[in-house]
Write a protein that binds this ligand. Structure first.
Ligand code: G
Ligand code: G
Ligand code: MN
Ligand code: NA
Length: 253
């Protein structure tokens, strides 16, 4: 409860900030997308993990104003990078279940796009498989979001214990293979078979695939050979502050 009160103030006091983790396109080798990840620097308690405070935000309803702040900050950042001379980049933003039941979610996102002047094609929304259970509502809301021109990714794919039937009902663009599978890609493992299966299914359904949690060069080689679209992981970069991303980009070009 103390932390909930603190979280309430955190927005006003600018204790929340976003880091960005690059996704490397395996065809071009370029960073075409980044995932925005929220961070909290508490004035007394120091750094608090989103694994701790996101559940508190979800239970208290604070996820609604926080989620809006994340969307606006991420969209504005993409425009700032563009103004600084970086090539166009798509930003992926995580949504919580509560946001998908927020009355004005679609209007709010449209307003954020208008206000920041970001073209909708540069915004990707990440949902998780477990959110697909309430399928009628979800189909409706995802279709409305797609109507804005944004794309939809399924995060942590393969861990949600969900029926796969939602893949034909929902307007999904991208699957993000959970890092627990990626990290165990080695010869003849069951996880390798699962990664192969996801890649082949995605190809048939014309979905993009991002593999998460790449830490080793062998994992990368396997995914390159398997024609995975993009990778995200510590092998390339941990989540970093936007200024650092901008500087390292400039020093490479
Ligand atoms: O960055 P890290 O691995 O610590 O993230 C922990 C969890 O917090 C992840 O599951 C991630 O999806 C979630 N998360 C990070 N940023 C956001 C955000 O802006 N909104 C929501 N809803 N979840 C987030
Ligand atoms: O649940 P979600 O996929 O949104 O969580 C993203 C988080 O995963 C990032 O915030 C980051 O902390 C973590 N992550 C990203 N890359 C790696 C990686 O290569 N290894 C591990 N262990 N975690 C990673
Ligand atoms: Mn994510
Ligand atoms: Na994930």
């Amino acid at each position: 409860l103390v932390l909930e009160n603190d979280l309430h103030d955190a927005l006003d006091n600018e204790e929340l900030y976003l880091e960005y983790q690059p996704q490397i396109n395996l065809q071009s080798g370029e960073i075409k997308s980044v995932e925005a990840l929220i961070r909290w620097q508490h004035p007394k308690k120091g750094w608090i993990s989103p694994g701790v405070f996101i559940p508190i935000a979800e239970e208290s309803g604070l996820i609604i104003p926080i989620g809006q702040w994340v969307l606006e900050t991420a969209c504005r950042q993409v425009k700032q990078w563009e103004a600084a001379g970086l090539p166009p980049m798509k930003v992926a933003v995580n949504l919580s279940l509560g946001q998908l039941f927020q009355q004005n979610l679609v209007e709010m996102i449209q307003q954020v796009l208008d206000k920041t002047q970001l073209d909708a094609q540069f915004l990707q929304l990440e949902i998780t498989e477990s959110m697909t259970i309430n399928s009628n509502h979800m189909t409706t809301i995802l279709l409305q979001l797609k109507g804005l021109g944004v794309t939809i990714a399924v995060d942590d794919f393969g861990t949600g214990y969900s029926s796969l039937s939602y893949l034909k009902d929902f307007p999904i663009d991208c699957l993000k293979i959970d890092r627990s599978f990626v990290q165990k890609i080695h010869a003849e493992s069951t996880d390798k078979a699962l990664v192969d299966m996801i890649l082949s299914m995605a190809k048939h359904l014309q979905l993009k695939v991002v593999a998460e949690g790449i830490e080793e060069i062998d994992q990368l080689s396997y995914l390159v050979n398997s024609k995975c679209d993009a990778v995200q992981g510590f092998l390339f970069s941990k989540p970093i502050q936007p200024e650092i991303l901008q500087e390292s980009y400039k020093s490479l070009h």
